[in-house]
Design a protein around this ligand. Sequence first.
Ligand SMILES: Nc1ncnc2c1ncn2[C@@H]1O[C@H](COP(=O)(O)OP(=O)(O)OP(=O)(O)O)[C@@H](O)[C@H]1O
Ligand SMILES: [Mg+2]
Length: 501
Amino acid sequence: MSSAPVLELRDVQKAFGAVIALRSGTIAVDPGSIHALVGENGAGKSTLVKIVAGLYQRDGGDFRFKGESVDFSSTAQSKAAGVAVIYQEPTLFPDLTVTENIFMGRQPIGRLGRIDRRAMRHEVERLFTRLGVTIDPDRPAEGLSIADQQVIEIAKAVSLDASLLIMDEPTAALSGIEVERLFAIARSLRDEGRALIFISHRFDEVFDLCDTVTVMRDGAYIATTPIAETNVDLIVRQMVGREVTDLFPKQDATIGETVLSVEGLSSPGVFHDITFRVRAGEIVGLAGLVGAGRSEVARAVFGVDPYRTGTVTMHGKPVPGGSPTAAMRSGLALVPEDRRKQGLVVESGVGHNITLAIRQRLARFGLLTSAMENRAAQVWATRLEVKAHALDTAAATLSGGNQQKVVLAKWLATEPSVLIIDEPTRGIDVGTKAEVHRLLSELAGQGMGILMISSELPEVLGMADRVLVMREGRITAEIDRADATSESVMFAATHSSEQHS
Ligand SMILES: Nc1ncnc2c1ncn2[C@@H]1O[C@H](COP(=O)(O)OP(=O)(O)OP(=O)(O)O)[C@@H](O)[C@H]1O
Ligand SMILES: [Mg+2]
């Protein structure tokens, strides 16, 4: 029968030195289906994907592709066999055009032995029409949004006629509309009979898109279930091995004096007249659609980006603009959105990364031994449940979610009086999510002011004492915890208002 699995892994193993990344990787993906792969941070999902992609070779177990036992020793081999992988970080060449990127390494050659640009153009137009894409094929890849870059990666996969398309957390950086477009394309590929694997920490997406779900825990296979026969609670229990009862453990904190005060901050074309306060002990949510200008405001307040007019004040003292060092000295910390790019020294160890922003303080007497470094780092690594073999393990080898935790730890270690945190739980699994929320609540309880940017409404509603909503570079509403509902926040995020304070 033609519905034999496209991909079959059974008890596949992979170790890196003493670290067992995969104990029993097992999955069977049928043609014409979308198969979700879920599990906690470090469960082995990406390792499994990299074996299928030929990036890693397995240590043991069965690996069949289209019914045949295979051993891909390079990504070129897996590609030639019909496997396409879309990683969370797109891998396009910025200087090449969209068309050139799609044909990278396999340009059609015309009669005179030259690259046949017209044929390439023609093929790209055909692809884009089919996928409903409106990107200009002649523009360089540089400057395209992550969403557009992912669509191009998909177009590439389709033009290669891949029979298996794997998406490893493709939606982490996408807005709602972009996710819809990605899903529409994924569904049409499924309906053409291709097999897809979809990895995500967002259960609403898994239930919306997928037909089947496989759960992994600690590198091992747990269960495979048709989506129609399972539910979030069951999946969470299979993933975590216990119940996660309270995802938003917000405690009441005593709200004190204003610590951070932002007045009339403007940066032409980016954000306008931004005014708000953060008080001690208070969690202020900054909600809005992706692209509303929230991260830009955070970066300007912390001095990463300049602003044209307005003032930032900490503890009543002005903070000079354009200087993260000055901002840090005033008691501010920013956990950026793109933690891999902006927050992590991947080749350094976990401990070194965690203590990166407090080295000067630790080395008070001029000497910083690795024992001192490790002692300081251990506290935070434990609190955030960073899953690493040892503190000197290179950050590059941690799973995506665990890298996020390391950057979070690094900024928490500075013990700021105001913490600005951009998408605190993006890419973080449910169990740890509850843990991060508990920690934020606890820090607020100890008097820290927190400005939390989040695109997840439940997170904003569950954690914030007060919600600021931004739309198109302006604050359009300020809503108290008691009045904050998905309706009131969504309304302010999508409608303009004259009464912004
Ligand atoms: N190259 C490597 N060297 C050493 N250890 C590694 C390497 N790659 C992965 N690991 C380890 O293997 C385990 C599984 O990692 P993997 O990236 O597969 O997790 P994941 O399920 O994709 O998690 P996440 O949801 O956080 O992305 C982790 O403990 C990780 O630290
Ligand atoms: Mg991963």
